[in-house]
Design a binder for this molecule. Structure first.
Ligand code: SF4
Length: 321
């Protein structure tokens, strides 16, 4: 079945999301989807930057203040500036995470420490705020691991964003499995081949650009090609797969069965793809029919496509997109 992942993905997470009582008010922000569903299939690496910095729980609240591109971390109740201490801690903690072999990170939204985007940054004058900031710890992690799939728990309640994040996590895990220890030309060719339909569902343009890197293998040091491919591959996956692009991929797949199934089955498959395109059925419906035909008419190339098994089926993500 093509490229398999080696074991469960390892995801970093803001500790409060798993129910740890680490918040400023001594409480938590347990997220049931993360603890009960995603947690059943991954291993968590918990971090609470504010508690690990020694601020305790409960503690005074913090806020970002000043220039949104370089905000200060301020504790209004005491007027203490925590910026330098948090920057030093966040850089050290992010580096220490290298040994964890992470495949993704789920951050707590809106936090001046953990928020990935749109965090409130207060004006120095104290009057008003803009949602333009990034939490200091989240910024350090994203800088240390530029390819790492990162998302906030709030956005994971949006089905297409959830599906996109989890697909990226498993793609990144396959990427690390393929290239962390071995650097072989054949591995890159096999990786690109196995992700053809996945890439087409996100961006046919990026798929062709990545194909050019693979076609030119050998003209520069292999490590450079692999790094360039990895960067563009993860960037391509950030583009959301749409119903229209999935439909193109499904029609491409249907082409493989053209001479193998009879005309009634061909009509049924085409109708099913059309129903998906029209929004009457979720993606899982045409894919189930495709898998049925693939069992009866095996095809080595199709079977190796990660598009047909992007993540554990238990997550049931394709029932909702
Ligand atoms: S958002 Fe981050 S810093 Fe705040 S309680 Fe949660 S893990 Fe700790």
């Amino acid at each position: 079945m093509g490229l398999q992942v080696s074991g469960r993905p390892r995801l970093g997470i803001s500790s409060c999301l798993l129910g740890e009582k680490v918040r400023f008010n001594g409480g938590h922000k347990r997220d049931r989807y993360l603890t009960d569903t995603l947690g059943a299939l991954c291993d968590w690496v918990m971090v609470c930057p504010e508690v690990e910095l020694g601020l305790g729980s409960p503690r005074e609240t913090l806020r970002l203040v000043g220039d949104p591109t370089q905000p200060r971390l301020h504790e209004p109740a005491t007027d203490i500036d925590r910026t330098r201490a948090m920057h030093r801690f966040a850089g050290d903690r992010a580096r220490a995470l290298r040994v964890e072999g992470l495949h993704g990170f789920v951050f707590k939204k809106d936090s001046p420490t953990c928020g990935m985007a749109r965090v409130k940054v207060w004006h120095e004058s104290g009057g008003g705020s803009e949602r333009k900031g990034v939490g200091l710890f989240a910024a350090a992690v994203m800088k240390a691991f530029p390819l790492l799939p990162c998302e906030e728990e709030g956005r994971l309640h949006d089905m297409p964003l959830r599906e996109n994040f989890i697909e990226r996590v498993f793609c990144y895990q396959r990427w690390r499995d393929s290239f962390d220890k071995r650097v072989r030309r054949g591995n890159l060719v096999a990786f690109h081949t196995a992700h053809k339909l996945t890439l087409m569902a996100h961006s046919p343009v990026r798929y062709r650009e990545l194909g050019r890197i693979v076609a030119a293998l050998g003209t520069r040091p292999l490590r450079e090609d692999i790094d360039a491919y990895g960067e563009q591959f993860m960037e391509a996956l950030r583009l959301l797969a749409t119903r229209r692009k999935h439909t193109n991929v499904l029609q491409h797949i249907a082409g493989y069965f053209k001479r193998k199934i009879d005309s009634d089955d061909r009509t049924e498959l085409a109708g099913c793809i059309e129903d998906y395109h029209a929004g009457s059925v979720p993606l899982i419906v045409p894919l189930t029919l495709v898998r049925h035909h693939l069992r009866r008419h095996p095809d080595a190339w199709l079977e190796c496509q990660t598009y047909l098994h992007p993540y554990p089926a238990e997550l049931m993500l394709r029932n909702h997109v």
